[in-house]
Design a binder for this molecule. Structure first.
Ligand SMILES: Nc1nc2c(ncn2[C@@H]2O[C@H](COP(=O)(O)OP(=O)(O)OP(=O)(O)O)[C@@H](O)[C@H]2O)c(=O)[nH]1
Ligand SMILES: [Mg+2]
Length: 432
C-alpha cells in the first residue's frame, strides 16, 4: 500500500472475479455518488436519495444494477460510498471497471476500504484485523471468534485494561507531585492491583498458545490394531472414499492426512497403519511412522474390538470399542459400528468436547494474531518492570506504566505508525 490518501475515489470488485448470479462493486470517496449518477438512470433519483437507501436502475447500456448509497459519515468506510450490485458476468466487470475509471475512480489497493474505516474512526485496529479474520475463517469456531472481535470484544477488553491502568497511575502521579512539594502522605504502592492486572493480561495473551488448534486444525489421529476399522471411520468422518478399506490385515501402511470439520472444530484427521508385530519391512516402516504421528497428536482416537487391548491403552486417549455390531462385551468404552453407524454421533461429540477443552480462551476470547499477542506480552513486561522499579524510584515505575499504556494503545490503533498500518492492511485482499 503506497499511500494513506483518503481523498480520492476508489473502487473494487468486492466479490470474486468469477461468473455468478450477482456480483458487488464497492466504491468510496467524496463525490462518488455524483460521479456514478453520470452513467446511471434515473440519475436524479440516485443523486438525491438519502443515505442507506437502495436504488434500482440502469448503468448505461451495460447492466441492470442495484446501488446501496451511503452518505458521508455512514456506511463501512465512514465516507460517502456506494455498493453496486450487477450480474456476475466477466464482461460486465471489465466494462463497469473501465467506466468507473473514466469517471475518475482508481482501483483500490488491498485493505484500503477497511483502512479508511479505521482512519475515519468507524472501527479500531482489532476490529479491522477481525475483518480479515472473518473472511479467512474456515470453521464455525474461528468465525465466532472473528465475529466477536468485529463486534468489539477485544477492543473493550483492552480498553478495560487501559482504564484500570489509568486508575492505578493517577495516585502514583499525584504522589510524584506531592514529593516535589515535599508534602508527606500515606501512600502505598498498588502492588496487588498491578499484579491482578498482569494476571489478566497474561491470561488473555496465553490464549495465543492454542490458537493453531483453531487456525490450522487439531491433529486427531485414528490408531489401533489392524482391521479395527480405522480407515472405514476415516472415510466416514471425511464423507469420502479416501482410504483403502479391506479385510486384509495391514492394508494401510503410509499414514493419510485430510482436513475435516468435526462438530464445528477444524481438524487434521490422520489414518494410520494398524499396530502389530510384523516381519514385513515395509509394514514395519509404516508402523514406525504411525507411532511418530501418534506421538505428535493433539488427540488420539484408539479403535479396537478387543476390550483387553483397550484397557491397556493410554487413559488420555479416546478409547473406542469398534465393530460393535459383531460382538459386544461390557466395558467403560464408547461403542462404535461403522456399518450400522451406532456410536458415530456420540464419538463426534466426545472428540468435539475434548478439542474444546484443549483450546484456551479467556472470557470466551482467543488471541489469534501474533501482533496482538506480542502487544499484550510487552504491556505485561512493562508492568512487571513497574513493580520491580517501585523501590528504586516512583518516577521509574510511572514511566513503565506509561509504556504499558502505550503498548495497549497501539493494539487498538490509538497510536500507530504508517509502517505498522501498512503491514496490517497490505495483507488484506482487494475489496476489503
Ligand atoms: N462388521 C464390521 N466390519 C467393519 C466395521 N468397520 C470396518 N469393518 C470392516 O473391517 C475390515 C477392515 O476395515 P479397515 O477400515 O480397512 O480397517 P483398518 O483398521 O484400517 O485396518 P488396517 O489398515 O489393516 O490397519 C473391512 O472389511 C471393513 O469393511 C464395523 O464397524 N463392523
Ligand atoms: Mg486402514
Amino acid at each position: 500500500m503506497k499511500s494513506f490518501d483518503t481523498n480520492d475515489m476508489i473502487y473494487a470488485l468486492a466479490t470474486p472475479r468469477a461468473r455468478g448470479a450477482l456480483a458487488v462493486f464497492r466504491a468510496s470517496g467524496e463525490g462518488c455518488i455524483e460521479a456514478l449518477s453520470k452513467v446511471f438512470s434515473p440519475a436524479g433519483k440516485l443523486r438525491d436519495c438519502p443515505t442507506n437507501t437502495c436504488i434500482y436502475g440502469r448503468l448505461l447500456d451495460i447492466d441492470q444494477v442495484v446501488v446501496n448509497v451511503y452518505r458521508n459519515g455512514h456506511g463501512y468506510t465512514g465516507q460517502e460510498a456506494f455498493e453496486l450490485m450487477c450480474h456476475g458476468s466477466l464482461s460486465a466487470f471489465d466494462m463497469i471497471s473501465a467506466k468507473l475509471e473514466e469517471l475518475g475512480f482508481r482501483a483500490a489497493m488491498g485493505g484500503e476500504f477497511t483502512m479508511r474505516a479505521f482512519l475515519s474512526g468507524k472501527m479500531d485496529l482489532t476490529q479491522s484485523e477481525a475483518v480479515q479474520d472473518i473472511v479467512n475463517s474456515d470453521s464455525p469456531i474461528s468465525q465466532k471468534q472473528a465475529f466477536s472481535k468485529l463486534q468489539g470484544s477485544l477492543f473493550k477488553a483492552i480498553e478495560a485494561f487501559k482504564s484500570t491502568l489509568l486508575d492505578i497511575l493517577a495516585p502514583i502521579e499525584l504522589q510524584l507531585d506531592y514529593a516535589q512539594d515535599d508534602i508527606e502522605d500515606e501512600f502505598g504502592f498498588p502492588y496487588s492491583r498491578l499484579e491482578a492486572l498482569i494476571k489478566d493480561i497474561d491470561a488473555l495473551a496465553a490464549t495465543y498458545r492454542t490458537s493453531p488448534l483453531v487456525q490450522e486444525g487439531a491433529r486427531v489421529v485414528l490408531a489401533g490394531p489392524v482391521n479395527a476399522g480405522k480407515s472405514t471411520l476415516f472415510n466416514l468422518l471425511l464423507k469420502s472414499d479416501r482410504a483403502i478399506v479391506s479385510p486384509i490385515k495391514g492394508t494401510t501402511r503410509d499414514y493419510l492426512e485430510a482436513p475435516c470439520l468435526i462438530d464445528g472444530h477444524k481438524v487434521r484427521l490422520f489414518d494410520t497403519a494398524g499396530l502389530r508385530q510384523s516381519e514385513d519391512d515395509l509394514e514395519k516402516q509404516g508402523i514406525q511412522r504411525s507411532r511418530l504421528v501418534i506421538e505428535d497428536a493433539d488427540l488420539v482416537v484408539y479403535l479396537s474390538p478387543d476390550i483387553q487391548d483397550l484397557e491397556s491403552q493410554c487413559e488420555s486417549w479416546i478409547r473406542v470399542q469398534s465393530r460393535c455390531d459383531e460382538s459386544v462385551s461390557d466395558g467403560p468404552f464408547l461403542k462404535l459400528s461403522c456399518i450400522t453407524g451406532q456410536g458415530l454421533e456420540e464419538l463426534c461429540h466426545v472428540i468435539s468436547s475434548r478439542l474444546g477443552s484443549l483450546v484456551e480462551t479467556c472470557d470466551g476470547m482467543m488471541i489469534q494474531s501474533a501482533r496482538q499477542a506480542q502487544g499484550l506480552h510487552e504491556a505485561s513486561l512493562c508492568l512487571k518492570r513497574a513493580i520491580e522499579t517501585s523501590e528504586i524510584g516512583l518516577d521509574l515505575s510511572a514511566g513503565h506504566i506509561g509504556n504499558a499504556l502505550r503498548c495497549l494503545g497501539e493494539l487498538v490503533g490509538e497510536t500507530s505508525s504508517d509502517e505498522m498500518l501498512e503491514r496490517i492492511f497490505s495483507s488484506f485482499c482487494v475489496g476489503k
